[in-house]
Design a protein. Structure first.
Length: 101
């Protein structure tokens, strides 16, 4: 499956809650979705309360349809109490690479 739409998000958890935010994202009950080809979660080495998410989707429409759904909306709402400030989003389409965890 080819990635045609994606983004990179950076979010900041309240002090000391970065691990909790990371755990929730990694558990992502709304995923898997066959149209989500890439879902990576990372943390800042300098500030463990800053969490990054990279997503790659088969299309912009698939991404929009997924996040319009009840499960995804509930998941996003569950993250909000952990976040401070606005999340930053950057247009990004993952094209390849390597991951080993």
């Amino acid at each position: 499956m080819n990635v045609q739409h994606g983004f990179h998000a950076s979010m900041t958890a309240f002090p000391g809650r970065g691990e909790e935010l990371t755990s929730l994202l990694l558990a992502a009950p709304a995923l898997p979705d066959e149209n989500c080809v890439v879902f990576l979660v990372g943390r800042s080495a300098a500030d463990p309360d800053v969490v990054h998410v990279t997503e790659g989707w088969t299309s912009r429409e698939a991404h929009a349809a997924f996040f319009a759904g009840e499960r995804a909306q509930a998941f996003v709402a569950s993250l909000q109490p952990l976040l401070t400030g606005e999340s930053a989003y950057t247009d990004e389409v993952p094209v390849g690479g390597k991951a080993a965890f």
